[in-house]
Design a binder for this molecule. Sequence first.
Ligand code: AVI
Length: 319
Amino acid sequence: MNGSIHFYDFHPPMADIRDEVLEGLSRDPKQIAPKYFYDQRGSQLFDAITELPEYYPTRTELDILECNGAQIAEFLGNDCLLMELGSGSSRKIRVLLDALQPAAYVPLDISRGHLLDAATTLARDYPQLQVHAACTDYSSDFELPDLPEHLPRAAFFPGSSIGNFEPDDARALLQRVGRHLGEDGKLLIGVDLKKDNATLHAAYNDARQLTAAFNLNLLERINRELDADFQLDCFEHLAFFNESAGRIEMHLRSTRDQQVRVAGQAIRFAAGESLHTENSYKYSIKEFRALAGDSGFVTEQVWTDENQLFSVHCLRCNG
Ligand code: AVI
């Protein structure tokens, strides 16, 4: 028997994506939001990155979840409505589902095909589970499917995806999550910690160059979906830790003077000019506790690994 699955498509219209990409390319410095990494191939490349020896966040967070599963399950509570922001391949939720029986699981992700595949596999593997999968852009005012009002609500936001938001946007996002959760709603969130430069640098400059391929795939996606003509071999991957801002920055640097057409518009790149594609903020536990507090959440518990690489925070919404 399979668990039940319902699919809701709130994917933003292509015209909105085109306008946002063109607006970002008209800025100085040029930028495109990291949410556009995640087409089908981008999601697959990200999954491959999470298996790399250099990319410590995923395995470290999984270890923390596994070591503390019983306590986490107690915090979230059985029979809750459990949503997951940026559920991707729904791998980490499996650790929670082995200790917890939610009334329903609501994965939210912008990558439609990847979400549907992951939700279908999960419903097969957890026959008792009701899955309500919603393809949505949770970085803006996102919709949820019609869900029972009476159930206690909880959210899981793993992987330090919160670090991909500017701190002000991260606060706004947590406030929106808080509104969906309601008073006393629970949020379990993974946050990457500040650490030495060498470890961070290696995680975003892996030897197999999968992170470079992930970064460059953004251009391939824009070529395909927005009728553009980026030449991928005229851009190079650049990732470094910006110490004063406390973040990894990823860029695509133009290796020459060039002109690219995107959705009928001409965009000029000077040699060496960069297109900023991602920030990945790293926090201390104290910094993140303060950010959560500013966003309407009380920190109830924080776990880390023995090397203090990554943290998992249990937060309660104070309404
Ligand atoms: C999804 N997000 C938390 C990843 C990160 O580490 O910021 C995305 C990523 N970018 C490069 N490698 C992984």
